[in-house]
Design a protein around this ligand. Sequence first.
Ligand SMILES: [Zn+2]
Length: 299
Amino acid sequence: MTPPTPPPIAGRNLERRCRILSLAAVAGLLAVMTSVVALALLWAEGWWAPGVPILILDLLCLGLLAWFLARFLVWWPRKPAGVPIVLMLHSVGEAIAEPTAPNNSIRPAALDRLVADLQASGYAFRTLSEACSAPCPPRTVVLTFDDGFADNHANLLPILLRRRVPATIFATDRQGHDFLTDAQIREMADTGLVEFGGHTAGHVHLPDLPEADARREIAANKRRLETLLGHPIHAFAYPFGEFGEREEALAREAGYRHAVTTRKRGPWGDPLRIPRQIIPRDTPPLAAYLLATRGKSHL
Ligand SMILES: [Zn+2]
């Protein structure tokens, strides 16, 4: 059954807006700093002693601008074209403000807005395996969702269908109402928009396990997904982003071609250590767009 689609949201080309915001913020910062220096000079020369309210106002403006520039990375250089941007998310739902909600979760409306804005700003979408194995458009985004939460079916799939964008979901073998059922995994894969990747059977801390157990966790999960979907699984995500030489070797041994980490930087040339840009929980769409296109994470 196809889930209901959300109401349409028109994408915005945010690049022009980013340039204007960047210039305005830098001009504002310069103006406030100039006024601070001017007030200090006036006071030092004994011409005029600015009152406490003026000093507080100046510092307040300075603080607000600093907060804005730290929160909204409009002034960061845009990530280079030609290198895919891999975003990391988990749950897609409205309950993400609860303390028990997973990190890196996003509200459906915010994700829909982010995807629409990225599309309108010239970004194309690919699955992880597509981005790793074929030439991509100059500005390509890979949406990844770890853990296989059930809300990926209820809330993510309608957005993917509506926007016609692909995504990669890293699923474990965990069962329960929080996680995707086998039928949901098959249904999502059958749309042709969702690639499923492995994430170990039990979402384990791989480096803490004896080698034989770590190997079994990786291989059993891969086998289960391949049996379920009837085709090879090529993509893997290290649970908790924890990995080393041994885990990379085990992923390669299991037959994985691409593996994503939670690291911010790394060489795109190493397909088993692909860095991702984490989108923190409940990030507003504009801040998420700026993180995706300008964040610290790059290759
Ligand atoms: Zn995970």
